[in-house]
Design a protein around this ligand. Sequence first.
Ligand code: GLV
Length: 378
Amino acid sequence: MPMILSVEDLRQLARRRIPRAIFDYADGGAYDEHTLRRNAADLDSMTFRQRVMVDVSNVSLATSLLGAPVSMPLAIAPTGLAGLFHADGEILGARAAAACGIPFCLSTMSICSIEDVRAATSQPFWFQQYLMKDRGFNQELIDRAAAAQCSALMLTLDLQVLADRRRDPRNGLTIPPRLTLRNAFDVATKPSWALKVLFGKRRTFGNLAGHIGGSSGIRTLAEWTAAQFDATVNWRDVEWVRSRWPGKLILKGVLDAEDARSGVAAGADAIVVSNHGGRQLDGAPSTISVLQEIATAIDGRCEVLFDGGIRSGQDIAKALALGARGALIGKSFLYALSALGEAGVTKAIEIMRNELRVTLALTGTSSVGAVGPHILRS
Ligand code: GLV
């Protein structure tokens, strides 16, 4: 077993443990991946102000997100297909998050269904959806999330059309999947993944199976989903969701101050500053470069969450410094899950927790509430 000291160690282990097509689905971004790289590069280029001779014997990371207490300002982002990265991936992710005291957000495009995750966990989780042409199915999902006592609904705003992720067709990850000699060989060299995932109990889109035209096959459901992206969506649709969902509403995919203000007006309890992990508009700015401007525009009227390139506790500290209340991990979660299942996810969260604690201490900060732009060198 290699030494695991960082999220990058988990990423390297994931690369060896799961088929390339699955790994690249998480690891990649849209088109030439400029924005994907920018997310990480812009975080890396920031520097902290080191401060000394401050009592930091008690650094507190506890805070709240959407009114609920959390042990640290972190949540697991919704990621499609997590159950293909590791058997029962969504259940394992939700359990690890609950045990660590942070929220887990289940994707509509998950393998384990809302009901599967609800039955396997004791803590409420968040549920993500995007607006589909079939609004009746949106309504059905809202009702199912409410019945499962999900504590927040996260509406993804930036999937009105789908950008090309070029690694996917190159790897044969298409609808239907293209079986090449290379990916057959690749799967054959990952027998433990294949045994658990390919021959496991859950192998299709759990939330869609049986609810869409009576079909359960992953190919039919993937085709149905591909036809569901709705390019007409606008703020009135967000208001429609707002009027139907009684709980906390999170809007994910805001990258512009004007959209942030519209999100507040539409009734958001939180927005996620996000460029979909560099998977949608290639050429968009990194999320960290627009965070402060958006937080200023929101001016405390709703919570500001952040994702895009978070690989460490230092990255979380940088996002907090520029106005985020918490950060979300999508890719980092999938690397950890693929590498070591539930224990991997726990490990990633604990690594980030320690990094965040030490970073706050060395910047002379005793609590996440005291983090501000002053911990950064301008
Ligand atoms: C779906 O939201 C994806 O980014 O693949």
